[in-house]
Design a protein around this ligand. Structure first.
Ligand code: HEC
Length: 198
């Protein structure tokens, strides 16, 4: 969440509380401040403000290669996603068929196709964002940025989207075009540019 949105949320809570207070005690003057809570520190806001946008805005410094990701994946991910991301119990990381892409109409057109990163994710940057915020599920947020870059690189490599010697970082990752990119249309109400991010 951006700090702007946090401010709006806080403001809305404040309005809600004022209205409740006004209903309960119509005679008394509603105080401007209730004297509860405290302002979030810049560090606390930074810890939550980790979203990475499709265009790469929000990607942190650091980098990783598929080679770096291999060992991390084996230690922290393969138990649930299988040795190569194609096995169970959670087998959605890697496209299964050589033509498992959307280019030219692939198996994703079939309702029974498994939706994987390769055939369904429109943005490579989302792979980084998702792993950093959600994986592994028993310790989300525990991976260092370099580890997330390495895991992202490894999964893109397994999906034939980057080469084995690729270095994935804030500059190169947004340039990886996903096969499903053109299957998704921008929201006409406004994209990343409509909300400024520091
Ligand atoms: C304890 C089991 C477990 C471990 C360990 C684990 N995952 Fe997951 N992962 C899941 C589950 C379950 C889902 C599906 C979550 C959902 O759909 O809400 C998932 C989903 C994902 C997805 C999204 C797949 C998709 O197409 O929807 C990615 C990417 C991912 N995991 C990467 C990783 C990486 C990288 C690691 C290692 C750091 C990891 N996971 C470790 C269980 C695990």
């Amino acid at each position: 969440m951006t700090s702007a949105r946090l401010a709006v949320a806080v403001a809305m809570c404040a309005i809600g509380s004022s209205l409740t207070a006004a209903r309960q005690a119509p005679q008394s003057k509603t105080p401007e401040r209730f004297g509860i809570g405290r302002a979030a520190t810049p560090e606390e806001i930074a810890a939550w403000d980790i979203d990475v946008r499709p265009d790469g805005v929000g990607l942190p410094p650091g980098s990783g290669t598929p080679g770096d990701g291999t060992t991390i994946y084996a230690a922290k991910c393969s138990g649930c996603h299988g040795k190569t991301g194609r096995e169970g119990p959670n087998d959605r990381l890697v496209g299964r068929l050589p033509n498992d892409t959307l280019v030219g109409g692939g198996p994703i057109e079939r309702l029974d196709s498994v939706r994987t990163i390769k055939n369904f994710w429109p943005y490579s940057t989302t792979v980084f964002d998702y792993i950093r915020r959600a994986m592994p599920p028993d310790a989300p947020g525990s991976l260092k940025d370099n580890e997330v870059y390495a895991l992202t690189a490894y999964l893109l490599y397994l999906n034939d989207l980057v080469s084995l010697d690729a270095t994935v970082d804030a500059t190169s990752l947004p340039k990886v075009k996903m096969p499903a990119r053109d299957r998704f249309v921008p929201d006409p109400r406004g994209g990343p540019k409509s909300v400024p991010k520091k």
